[in-house]
Design a protein around this ligand. Structure first.
Ligand code: SF4
Length: 744
């Protein structure tokens, strides 16, 4: 458990080297081990820690570029404020002290609470970087339940998470040995015979605690590979079977595969009898579908789909990595249910090289930390609490589509102030740009903590706090595989007056609710969070990482459920192929196939005028959401937003690489540069998200040009799935044509 024999810090020639954990660079979802090199008080180099079991020395370019982030000339270094009448004026910012800044936030938020109730406060936070628990605890200390993201249908992780909870009671991942400290050498682990990468370009995006290199390692060790993706990705090009579906109809593919496995009797009958419930109902439900029709609806060869199902079922241990693309469809929850059912009936759950549970290491889980301290009547003000009861599970975020309607209508009450940590909703996750702008503009006061000026700060914020990077602060990495800490690295001179997100939460939270922040220091606060692990911050710092012992087949041993009984963490103790919980709250209890709200099938008239199916939300390795556009090394990889289009179609239209194109639908029009590619079918396009131009003069546009290129201009709120989760971000019908000379 950990390795205390490894040094924390040492000299290497002219460098001081420190071993630490990178939970953020500045943003991501991983938590890699890194070696940080300091010379003359400056961070000059970051390398992967070859000893760390998680990433084994590998890094993506965002961590490699961290010195450029830390030393960036335009980094925010001091708290600043401007009069709310001066929003959008880049010259109106004035440097203030931390005390003044914290006083201002405290007095304004307390006054609003006294006049209107704490529910008039909104808390926004980004994803990745350890901003989640800090933001939530701070919100609860203020008395508000409103943890807000304006991403329609919370179309990121929630549809998958809820599907896992409905069926097996806990989130799961493919077993690529990541929970073993000895990794691929652990004798208990087996390489997945078949690995399915579904809606996920994991070697580019390192999604949700899954490091893409693990898939490559499994391939090297013999895993057969099935890839399901509308794009010919690096992995798809190396797959044994690649299914290239029409975007956003993954439930058709999944039900088709599930039905093939059932119809051909390829499942584990004994396991189904003993450990699942609802199999008969599931069989009856999917009997109304024809596999060939489902495949045709998804534009996939039926025989190929059946071959994929047979290959998956034939593996003694098969594993599926479910990607973000599943969430970014209105019926993503239904697709995830069908995929999980497939894992279940093939007895791949809780098996070596199959699908493994991802409990938080040593029980350390800080999602919603402090929620219980909110009075019941405040908890019930979580938006969607009654309309979409599943919103109370998982991350406890307001249901975004309802939330934005309330923000604009001011009914039943108005949101008046907001605190934002590490988020840029006007550029990135705020679906339906015009509405997000309107909602944010209505707020009387906005305070933001971030490391660099953003469009949201420049256009609408009134106060800004400068945040520290992981090499400059104390923090905790937790979730899925291991625990680790961050600490200010040896020899580094911290620039300006930056503070970690944890410290900002601690400093402010003490002012709002001292009993929720009783600790003398951030270190004490982190030690408190580590209580379930029986480790202190300093213990963890010494051993570098902590892994729980990994065991398989826990459901059979009675070590999975809290009550010590055998079975799964569901009401019946079985894998619920029919979800009684979902049924009880009026949600579909089983998988189903429905079209996106806009598609060639659902809306043929619209499709005729807007004949390109545009996907958005795909990730690149060089950027994390809207971050990193100001880092030259990373920007060089991609200087402008681009739209991938089929190369033959581009040639027919006289479009060349780099041409500016309009992407237009009835909602709006944006421009991106053309990137013709053979990796997409004709009639499909893939659009970058999160773009802005930090190099622009904010006097010209305080939004730094994001409105001209933001795919959120093409998206519409209010089409969430029946659970309240999922939104169609992968099936946006548009037309694409060349911009004329001088048009913008
Ligand atoms: S996934 Fe990439 S950015 Fe994130 S910690 Fe690991 S190397 Fe750094």
């Amino acid at each position: 458990m950990g390795n205390a024999a490894l040094p924390k810090s040492w000299r290497e020639g002219e460098y001081t080297v420190t071993r630490t954990t990178a939970w953020s660079a500045p943003g991501c979802h991983e938590g890699c081990g890194v070696l940080c090199y300091v010379k003359d008080g400056k961070l000059v180099k970051v390398e992967g820690d070859p000893e760390h079991p998680f990433n084994q020395g590998r890094l993506c370019p965002r961590c490699v570029a961290l010195p450029d982030v830390v030393n960036h000339p335009d980094r925010l270094l001091y708290p600043m404020m401007r009069d709310p009448s001066q929003r959008g004026n880049p010259d109106a910012w004035e440097r203030i002290s931390w005390d003044e800044a914290l006083d201002r936030v405290e007095s304004k938020f307390k006054q609003i609470t006294a006049d209107y109730g704490a529910e008039a406060i909104q808390m926004f936070h980004g994803t990745g970087r350890d901003v989640l628990w800090e933001a939530q605890r701070l919100a609860y200390s203020m008395g508000t339940p409103h943890d807000v993201s304006y991403l329609s249908g919370l179309a990121c992780w929630m549809p998958r998470l809820v599907a896992y909870i409905m069926t097996v009671g806990c989130y799961m991942m493919p077993d690529c040995s990541q929970r073993h400290e000895r990794r691929y050498d652990d004798p208990a682990w087996r390489v997945p015979e078949v690995l399915v990468i579904w809606g996920n370009n994991c070697v580019q995006s390192n999604p949700d605690g899954f490091f893409g290199d693990w898939a490559v390692e499994c391939m090297r060790r013999g895993s057969k590979l099935i890839v399901i993706d509308p794009r010919l990705t690096w992995l798809a090009a190396r797959a044994d079977i690649w299914l290239q579906p029409r975007p956003a109809v993954d439930s058709a593919i999944a039900i088709g595969m599930l039905k093939t496995i059932i119809d051909e009797g390829l499942y584990d009958h004994a396991f189904v009898d003993e450990w699942t419930s609802g199999f008969d109902e599931l069989c009856s439900e999917i009997s109304r579908y024809e596999v060939d029709s489902l495949a045709s609806a998804a534009w996939v060869n039926p025989e190929k789909l059946k071959a994929a199902a047979r290959m998956y079922a034939a593996g003694n241990n098969s594993a599926i990595q479910l990607g973000l693309a599943i969430d970014m469809q209105r019926h993503g929850n239904a697709a995830a249910l069908a995929i999980i059912d497939m894992m279940a009936i093939c007895n791949n759950i809780d098996r070596p090289g199959g699908q493994i549970f991802t409990p938080d290491p040593a029980g350390v889980n800080n999602f919603g930390w402090g929620w219980e301290e909110l009075p019941q009547q405040q908890q019930e003000k979580l938006i969607g609490y009654n309309e979409y009861p599943m919103i109370r599970m998982g991350m406890r975020l307001d249901q975004p589509d309802l939330c934005i309607e309330q923000a604009i209508s001011e009914q039943p009450y108005k949101f008046r102030v907001a605190f934002m940590i590490g988020t840029n909703p006007l550029t990135c996750m705020g679906t339906d740009h015009a509405k997000v702008k309107e909602a944010i503009a209505k707020l009387e006061f906005i305070a933001v903590a971030d490391w660099h000026m953003t469009s949201t700060i420049q256009a609408y914020a009134d106060l800004v706090l400068p945040v520290a990077m992981y090499v400059e602060k104390q923090g905790l990495r937790y979730m899925y595989t291991n625990l680790g800490v961050m600490d200010q690295i040896e020899g580094l001179e911290v620039r300006g007056e930056c503070k970690g997100d944890e410290e900002i939460s601690w400093l402010l939270g003490k002012r709002f609710n001292p009993s929720m922040y009783p600790w003398e220091s951030v270190e004490d606060m982190i030690t408190e969070m580590l209580t379930p692990a029986k480790l202190s911050y300093q213990d963890l710092r010494t051993i570098h990482w902590y892994y729980d012992p990994m065991e398989y087949g826990r459901f059979e041993k009675g070590t999975l459920r809290h009550d010590g009984k055998v079975g799964f963490s569901t009401p019946t103790g079985r894998i619920e192929l029919y979800s009684y919980m979902a049924e009880s709250i009026g949600c579909p209890p089983m998988p189903y196939y429905e079209e996106p709200y806009l598609s060639p099938v659902a809306t043929p008239d619209i499709y005729q005028e807007y004949p390109v199916i545009v996907m958005t939300g795909t990730r690149n390795v060089q950027f994390f959401h809207s971050e990193h556009r100001q880092i030259p090394k990373l920007r060089e990889i991609q200087p402008d937003p681009w739209v991938e289009i089929n190369d033959e179609w581009a040639a027919e239209e006289g479009i060349r690489a780099g041409d500016w194109l309009w992407i237009e639908n009835p909602k709006g029009r944006i421009r991106h540069r053309a990137k013709p590619t053979p990796t997409l079918r004709k009639g499909m396009a893939n659009l970058n998200a999160g773009w802005w131009f930090p190099e622009m003069d904010p006097h010209e546009d305080p939004l730094y040009g994001c409105s001209g290129v933001n795919p959120n201009l093409l998206l519409e709120n209010g089409h969430q799935g029946p659970t309240g989760f999922g939104a169609d971000l992968k099936s946006v019908l548009c037309k694409i044509y060349k911009c004329k000379e001088g048009e913008f």
